[in-house]
Write a new protein. Structure first.
Length: 316
């Protein structure tokens, strides 16, 4: 299984990421994105958070990443959310926030016990970028919200709940320029449908949207078919249909749909397209760059009587 994008970012919100450590001098507060993580078995997040507030001039913090927040057993994220909300007034310059910058070696994405993240957006009305990583079950949630500053919203999940997708589509985000939704696998709680993203595809929901990622889905062919005639595509500069189960069925839908050559990039990585269909997509989209690489390894094995099962890039 491949994991596109599941890694600790070296930069976030345009700033190099810095993780404080006792032996490392502190950089200029506004020159880095601060990453907080608990060291296994040594401290809990509440202690780490208080030390951060006491050590760093948080009024200058522009970007913040929350890494592993547990110090022994995995614990719910809600107490961390509550600390952020309770001290939101200490972060007047905060514009970028990444909840759960955690990779597979630390915790599988399906095990990340997330929560309702609506209070974070309510407490930070000037936030411009929010990234959330974690799976669905009944914990990861969002209520429809109006937020006038948010420009980038990304949910990285192996099982995104349909309720959350519908909440995103029902939110008023007039400044939103980039939206990424990783749908995931039904085995891990993904139950969103193409109809759930209908308001986004209509083009009337987010007037400033320039990048749309509808990715990591078992319904990638259906999504491609919907995108092929979606009004929102005309306003986009980049489109990502990567990480899912896109096959020639979805590829043909794109070829028979509206032109995509106004895009700068079409991301189809982790796909199940045959070379002839992929070549036709590249030709039809030129001069747009089609990022695809090779079809998933061992998918088109010679001699197979039945088509192997397709899988999304990020699930467990």
């Amino acid at each position: 299984m491949t994991y596109i994008g599941i890694d600790h970012p070296e930069h976030f919100h345009g700033l190099p990421v810095h993780t404080p450590a006792p032996s490392v001098p502190l950089p200029a507060v506004d020159a880095v994105a601060w990453r907080l993580e608990c060291v296994y078995g040594e401290e809990d997040f509440a202690f780490l958070w208080e030390r951060f507030l006491d050590t760093v001039d948080t009024e200058q913090v522009r970007a913040l990443l929350i890494g592993p927040w547990w110090h022994a057993e995995y614990t719910p994220f809600a107490p961390v959310r509550d600390l952020i909300v309770a001290h939101a007034d200490r972060f007047p310059a905060l514009r970028g926030l990444f909840l759960a910058d955690v990779v597979g070696q630390e915790c599988e994405v399906s095990w990340l016990p997330m929560c309702d993240i609506t209070p974070v957006l309510e407490a930070l009305p000037l936030l411009e970028e929010l990234a959330v990583r974690g799976c669905g079950d009944e914990d990861l949630a969002l209520r429809p919200i109006r937020h006038t500053a948010l420009k980038t919203l990304r949910f990285e999940s192996g099982g995104l709940p349909g309720d959350l997708v519908r909440a995103v589509a029902a939110s008023e985000l007039p400044a939103l320029e980039r939206l990424d939704l990783w749908f995931g696998s039904s085995w891990y709680g993904a139950d969103a449908t193409v109809e759930d993203i209908g308001p986004v595809l209509s083009g009337g929901t987010f007037p400033r949207l320039r990048h749309l990622g509808l990715q990591n889905s078992e319904l990638q062919d259906e999504i491609a078919a919907a995108v092929a005639s979606a009004p929102v595509v005309a306003q986009l500069e980049t489109l990502a249909l990567s990480m899912g189960t896109l096959s020639d069925t979805g590829g043909e839908a794109l070829l028979n749909g509206q032109p995509l050559n106004h895009l700068t990039t079409l991301d189809l990585r982790h796909h199940y397209l045959t070379d002839p269909v992929l070549d036709r997509i590249r030709a039809a989209c030129a001069p747009a760059v089609v990022e695809a690489g090779e079809a998933e390894d061992d998918y088109w094995d010679e001699g197979d009587d039945e088509e192997p099962e397709r899988y999304v890039a990020v699930s467990e």
